[in-house]
Design a protein around this ligand. Structure first.
Ligand code: ADP
Ligand code: MG
Length: 358
């Protein structure tokens, strides 16, 4: 090879190396995490300069911490103050933010037929779930559960007038645990939009609302395999479009074993026991508050009644997994879910005949 050719070849190799070095590697989203609302909150922003991103994260942090303090179910909060007032037959003046949240929770409870019933705080406390420590049992006695059920606390018994709230039923005790994450995620997304941010995810421990996209591709959301102790991998993924909330309620989030039986934290307000037939429900909705309340209501409704509840709550995309690992979905959900592992038992699409594992 002549010297001229060697240097040409060298030049070509150098150019190729330079080109590789300059090839646009895929940009990552700007991500920040913090703890609040009893879970890990993660904010992902796409195509926002660092200064504005940092400001946006601070704003979301303020909103979420404010929600945590205002609506905590057992640490002193506006909700615990209201609960004390109700138990004493009094009413209470609340902040506009809390009144708005309660109105929304009440509407959603009515739509769910009170299966999502945030007025059962006393029952939740009776089961030992009002604690920062892991729950441990023993389960309450049947007599204690019956005494509470006889008082029939529900959200219809909560009255709201202006900034005052109260109830004629002293057994009404609010616990927004099944709703506050969704409602707060909505507040956070609204704040991001006010800051001109159009591409973002606010994720509260796997429950999230996504707006816009991750540049040229949609945001991709993983749905965890239901399993105790968070060791589950990804069961399925969903790509979000426009503005969507993806929420999951699982029996593996909080539970205890007592004398060989497992008791989890999603209670059926009708019999006072942990709902029995389901291990997880995922719903995609237009907003976080609806999706959060819905997954709890659908969980309680179970495999035989979830379709009615979904319809009443305006939710068209649902995936439910029962205790035998059978998967139930609406047709609309089935079109969007990409399973990362083969579903272990059958897949049933609403309105279609049962399908074998795909
Ligand atoms: P996750 O913790 O998996 O997000 P949820 O959104 O369903 O689950 O919230 C469960 C919490 O909601 C419980 O810890 C309890 O505080 C409260 N809760 C339990 N059962 C109900 C119910 N039927 N309606 C309303 N809130 C409930
Ligand atoms: Mg919920």
């Amino acid at each position: 090879m002549s010297r001229g050719r060697v240097s040409l070849l060298l030049l070509a190799v150098t150019l190729a190396a330079l080109l590789i070095a300059c090839a646009p590697t895929e940009k990552e989203a700007y991500k920040r995490q913090f703890f609040s609302l009893g879970t890990l909150i993660e904010i992902s922003l796409w195509d926002v300069d660092d200064e504005r991103a940092a400001k946006a994260v601070r704003r979301v942090e303020e909103i979420v911490n404010d929600a945590h303090q205002r609506w905590h179910a057992w640490e002193p909060s506006e909700i615990t103050a209201l609960n004390t007032a109700i138990a004493e037959g009094q009413s209470l003046t609340l902040s506009p933010a809390t009144i708005a949240a309660l109105r929304r929770a009440r509407e959603l409870a009515a739509a769910s037929g009170q299966l999502f019933n945030p007025a059962i705080g006393r029952l939740i406390a009776l089961w030992g779930f009002h604690s920062d420590e892991p729950p441990h049992g023993p389960p309450p006695t049947q007599a204690a559960i019956d005494a509470l059920l006889a008082q029939a606390p529900d959200m219809d018994a909560l009255w709201i007038e202006g900034l005052h709230a109260g109830s004629n039923n002293p057994a009404v005790q609010l616990d927004l645990g099944a709703f506050a994450k969704g409602y707060t995620v909505d507040l956070a997304i609204a704040a991001l939009r006010e800051l001109g941010i159009e591409n973002a995810i606010v994720n509260a421990g796997g429950d999230l609302r996504a707006i816009g996209s991750h540049g040229k591709r949609p945001w991709s959301i993983g749905i965890r395999q239901p399993a105790d102790h968070s060791e589950g991998g990804i069961l399925a993924s969903i790509e979000t479009h426009g503005d969507e909330a993806v929420f999951t309620s699982g029996d593996y989030e909080r539970f205890f074993y007592f004398e060989g039986r497992r008791y989890h934290h999603i209670l059926d307000p009708r019999d006072g026991f942990p709902a029995r037939q389901v291990i997880s429900v995922t719903a995609i909705g237009a907003d976080g508050a609806t999706a959060d309340a819905a997954v709890t209501g659908l969980f309680v409704a179970g495999p035989d009644h979830w379709q009615e509840v979904a319809q009443r709550m305006g939710i068209t995309q649902v995936m439910m997994i029962d205790t035998d690992m059978r998967i139930y979905m609406t047709a609309e959900m089935a079109r969007r879910v990409h399973f990362e592992i083969a579903p272990p038992a059958g897949v049933f699409i609403a309105g279609e005949s049962p399908r074998e594992t795909r």
